[in-house]
Design a protein around this ligand. Structure first.
Ligand code: ADP
Length: 497
């Protein structure tokens, strides 16, 4: 049995307590997989409004947690519960910051005080570790995205000589480089960090404080959620301005593909489906397709249902789909979209649904139950993303025998293999150029195979028998945690300045 690692996973969201996207899925599922490998992993996240719905038994363990915020002290509290899978969870409570309707903002935009909220969260996380003291002492902090980016900065500066925190190792995972947490420089005072850090070699980026950049510079190791994205973000095209920093840290930057929870996503046990099915007994999928057609008021038709379940955001390539829709429908496809997000995309898609009744179905909103029925009932799952760090939709689709049609970028390139009819190998269809012609070409290839039921069954089966469960990725993380841990003793500051 390898030695048990003590890992504190710090994130701004974790399923089931709070989730706005893939980040919450990952931080919800990875701890359980690490625990199954024997590691002692715990989660620390903000106590948002409503988390108690998923954790009836929350205990306050530190009623007054004093967190320095510039020249003030802000009081919070540390609370504790456990996930259904037995993973301990610490909530950092501070109602003025976190007892709100949203996690990061409203439909009108980000909360104005997000810098303050997440400075508090980062510093509060470290103060929590100090308070926990002998009760539980992590060896490594696994931080996620910009909301936790200041944690490695604090550890290598303000807390460098601290007896508990000084030897903590850090690993930061980038889930989406486009979100960086950039705030105006007046907020430097609130961070408590010296102005000597406000330089291009530190946390400054085009005149602003940049949380993510801080994490990229100061964390011991960096990961992102697929190998291809790890390589892409070192280039100007995908680097969002941080490609230079990432190139400098290339030796410490690793790609670890996300998994999905194979218990939660299982068409053989999914009570939401019209009929269960599996790779060995795939017949139930036809009933799921018919049920979905009825639910979405799509016509009876011999062609495939092509679906998307997605945030409606520029990243997701919906502009290509809008452009290619008439050709897709001419080829005999029907199109189903479940999504929420940017108002102009919502409006554009509602117009398409009106224009093509019985052929195009659009449902706006965030609806996990309907998402499940779409994964179950659709034939193809479309992801024409501009960029895609990992993508979970295609992994769920593979598990549900819904053939992914994806752009060859990021995690999509790493998880979907082009179908080769002669060898009956491969799991989906890929295209390279970010252009509707290229996308349509892939869709037409899919339609051609769909018309040959034997080939299609082989393709569906190939996808359903792939393994994108968390086990393999959790093992990779465990190896990286070990790599991040160095012999005991305070760590030097990453850069001399
Ligand atoms: P991202 O994190 O960029 O939004 P991912 O593919 O990594 O994209 O993860 C998206 C997750 O959120 C998937 O599990 C997907 O099924 C789910 N999802 C996205 N939009 C919706 C929606 N409108 N309703 C329900 N689930 C959704």
């Amino acid at each position: 049995m390898p030695p048990r690692l003590r890992i504190l996973l710090v994130a701004s969201e974790a399923s089931p307590f709070a989730k706005t996207g893939g980040l919450g899925d990952v931080t919800g599922a990875l701890p359980r997989a690490l625990r199954a490998l024997g590691h002692d992993v715990r989660i620390l996240m903000p106590r948002y409004r409503g988390v108690e719905l998923h954790a009836p038994d929350i205990k306050t363990i530190v009623p007054r947690l004093s967190v320095p915020l510039g020249d003030r002290i802000v009081e919070g509290a540390l609370q504790e519960t456990e996930t259904a899978g037995g993973v301990p969870v610490y909530f950092l409570a501070q109602d003025q910051y976190f007892d709100r309707d949203g996690l990061y903002g409203t439909a009108d935009g980000d909360y104005w005080d997000n810098c303050e909220r997440f400075v508090f969260f980062c510093r509060g996380a470290l103060e929590s570790v100090i308070e926990l003291g002998e009760v539980w002492r992590p060896q490594i902090i696994h931080a996620h995205d910009w909301q936790t980016g200041l944690i490695p900065v604090y550890l290598r500066t303000l807390y460098r000589d601290h007896p508990v925190l000084g030897s903590l190792a850090t690993l930061l995972t980038i889930h989406n480089l486009a979100y960086q947490g950039a705030f105006w420089h007046y907020d430097m005072a609130m961070t408590g960090l010296g102005w000597d850090l406000f330089t291009p070699a530190g946390i400054e980026f085009y005149g602003k404080i940049n949380f993510l950049k801080g994490g990229l510079v100061f964390s011991d190791l960096l990961t992102t959620v697929s190998r291809t994205y790890a390589a892409e973000i070192r280039t100007p095209e995908f680097g969002n301005g941080l490609d230079g920093v990432l190139e400098e840290r290339a030796a410490d930057l690793h790609g670890v593909i996300n998994g999905i929870d194979y218990e939660q996503w299982n068409p053989a046990k999914d009570a939401g489906l019209a009929r269960p099915y599996s790779a060995d007994e795939p017949e139930g999928k036809a009933a799921c397709r018919e049920a979905l057609r009825r639910e979405l008021e799509l016509d009876e038709a011999p062609g495939p249902i092509v679906a998307m379940v997605t945030r409606l955001a520029g990243q997701k390539g919906l502009d290509l789909v809008l452009e290619g829709l008439p050709t897709m429908l001419d080829a005999g496809c029907q199109f189903a979209l479940l999504g929420s997000g940017e108002a102009h995309l919502e409006e554009a898609w509602m117009r398409e649904a009106e224009r093509y009744p019985g052929k195009v179905a659009v449902r706006l909103g965030y609806d996990p139950a309907l998402a499940g029925r779409i994964y179950g009932g659709a034939d193809c799952f479309l992801m024409p993303s501009r960029y895609e760090p990992c993508g979970l939709g295609q992994l769920i689709a593979l598990r549900y025998g819904t053939v992914p049609i994806v752009r060859r970028t990021g995690g999509l390139a790493d998880t979907v293999k082009e179908f080769d009819a002669t060898r009956r190998a491969g799991t989906g269809f890929l295209f390279d150029a970010f252009a509707s012609d290229a996308m349509l070409d892939a869709i037409l290839r899919a339609v051609a195979v769909f018309r040959r039921p034997e080939q299609w069954s082989a393709l569906v089966r190939n996808g359903m028998t792939e393994d994108f469960s968390w086990d393999a990725s959790a093992r990779e993380y465990a190896l990286l945690y070990k790599k991040a841990l160095r012999p005991t003793g305070p760590k030097p500051s990453r850069r001399s300045r």
